[in-house]
Design a protein around this ligand. Sequence first.
Ligand SMILES: CC(C)(COP(=O)(O)OP(=O)(O)OC[C@H]1O[C@@H](n2cnc3c(N)ncnc32)[C@H](O)[C@@H]1OP(=O)(O)O)[C@@H](O)C(=O)NCCC(=O)NCCS
Length: 123
Amino acid sequence: GGKLIGYVCYSPVFLKSTYDVSGYILSPLAVSPEYQSQGVGSALINSGIDMLTKDGVGVLLVYGDPNYYQRFGFKEEIGRLFVPPYPLTYPVGWTGMTLNAITTSGTPTKFDCVSALSKPALW
Ligand SMILES: CC(C)(COP(=O)(O)OP(=O)(O)OC[C@H]1O[C@@H](n2cnc3c(N)ncnc32)[C@H](O)[C@@H]1OP(=O)(O)O)[C@@H](O)C(=O)NCCC(=O)NCCS
């Protein structure tokens, strides 16, 4: 009905390595309180995963409650391969998932993100 009830943003990450991996970060995600627990958040995440997978993106990263995000396939061991630009207040919340096959040496790589997320207080 034209009412905004939820929002999600996916933005690219810029790896500081020679890894040939296209990465995105999911942030922010929010659903209006009166519309929560009706599948809106899951729909915003699953449709993003579908779009990014079709676009050939290799990895999707997220910083949030792992109790929520793990149901979509986000895993701590994928997050560990990609080192955020700022120290994390809640390291347990840093996870990732592969969408298409990726090749890495297994050595964690640092990355930069878009300017809207380049604020230490967000991490
Ligand atoms: C997290 C959020 C986006 C989920 O949106 P939603 O539309 O309610 O999500 P869904 O309907 O797809 O899923 C709801 C389920 O997730 C669960 N859930 C919500 N937040 C959770 C959390 N932090 N940890 C574990 N489970 C969580 C709900 O209990 C519900 O469980 P159920 O399916 O067993 O009933 C919404 O609660 C929100 O906007 N929260 C405030 C902002 C926020 O925390 N954003 C994420 C920042 S990383």
